[in-house]
Design a protein around this ligand. Structure first.
Ligand code: ADP
Ligand code: PLP
Ligand code: MG
Length: 283
């Protein structure tokens, strides 16, 4: 089972960031070393929240303390998400470099949390540029949503050809494996939501029914699950199928319950045995 250093936000109430990613990984059997970039009362999608963005020194200190335990050689991957500040981004980049120096096989999965179609950019100034210019070139896996893919590659993505070209452009600058979430393309059927994975010059897509809900934290869960299954199988296609099926089950249960927060705990069986399996197709 893998050991994963997960550096992202923490919320006391609800499930985004590490509070969305850690439990599914543990439920699947991974050992997770969680370092938090912020501690907020709740996610920022509510419009109001309390708490603090941590100083970059705290993140550096925690990673150094882990390093001093001598365990970085058995760290299989770094997972990063919501950064809080560009200085924290630099601390995360440094953590990924230390892990890779200790274990050259280790992967860095960078979820470039910048914003989304409805809300636009919701992170502090400097973070999007840091992700594009410094973090992603050093990452192995990236998991942007459609808005983030467009921002990172500087072009509109409306057709499958646009999406594949944008993924290839991102890969040319760094991450060899890319998962794009929440894709609405010209050929996406009405009532469906798509995903696209690319690795090694090949592409796979998958779509699921669109559920009547708008939640936060699904992106953080899918990045964690995609990383776990990519580590386990070595295949981006298998990782796409497993992660998408689990997140669909999680969100179906969430929609049925009418919950504003994803049911990370109540729907935990979906992480180990998704109730409905979606198969990707080559594209
Ligand atoms: N309303 C929805 N219906 C079905 N699936 C959804 C819905 N919202 C999100 N998802 C699933 O969760 C995945 C990640 O959510 P997304 O909103 O793209 O992440 P992020 O929060 O990072 O933008 C999507 O690719 C999709 O599979
Ligand atoms: C503190 C925090 N972390 C992470 C996220 C990212 O959530 P999502 O998975 O919806 O991209 C958000 C979004 O609102 C947030 O407020
Ligand atoms: Mg996201």
């Amino acid at each position: 089972m893998p050991s994963i250093l997960s550096i992202q936000s923490w919320v006391a109430y609800g499930h985004v960031g590490n509070a969305s990613a850690i439990f599914p990984l543990q439920r699947l059997g991974a050992e997770v070393w969680g370092v938090h970039t912020v501690q907020f009362s709740n996610h920022t999608g509510y419009g109001a929240w309390r708490g603090q963005v941590f100083g970059a020194e705290l993140i550096r200190d925690c990673v150094q303390g882990i390093e001093e335990r001598g365990v970085l050689p058995r760290c299989d991957a770094v997972l990063s998400g919501y950064m809080g500040s560009a200085e924290i981004g630099a601390a995360i980049l440094d953590a990924a470099r230390r892990v890779k120096a200790a274990n050259p096989q280790a992967l860095w999965c960078c979820d470039p949390v910048i914003g989304d179609v409805g809300r636009g950019i919701f992170v502090r100034p400097g973070i999007p540029e840091f992700l594009r210019d410094e973090a992603l070139p050093a990452a192995d896996i990236a998991t942007p949503n459609q808005f983030e893919l467009e921002w990172l590659t500087g072009g509109e993505v409306t057709t499958l050809e646009d999406a594949k070209a944008a993924v290839a452009a991102l890969q040319a600058r760094g991450p060899r494996c890319v998962l794009v979430t929440s894709l609405r393309l010209t050929d996406t059927p009405e009532g469906e939501i798509g995903m696209l994975a690319g690795e090694g010059g090949r592409f796979w897509r998958l779509s699921t029914p669109m559920l009547p809900l708008s939640v936060n934290g699904a992106g953080d869960a899918i990045a964690a699950l995609f990383l776990f299954h990519r580590l386990r199988s070595g295949s981006a296609a298998d990782a796409l199928a497993a992660a998408a099926s689990s997140v669909f089950g999680l969100l179906r249960r969430t929609a049925e319950a009418g919950s504003r927060e994803i049911l990370t705990v109540a729907a935990q069986e979906e992480f180990v045995a998704p109730s409905r399996l979606f198969a990707p197709e080559t594209c």
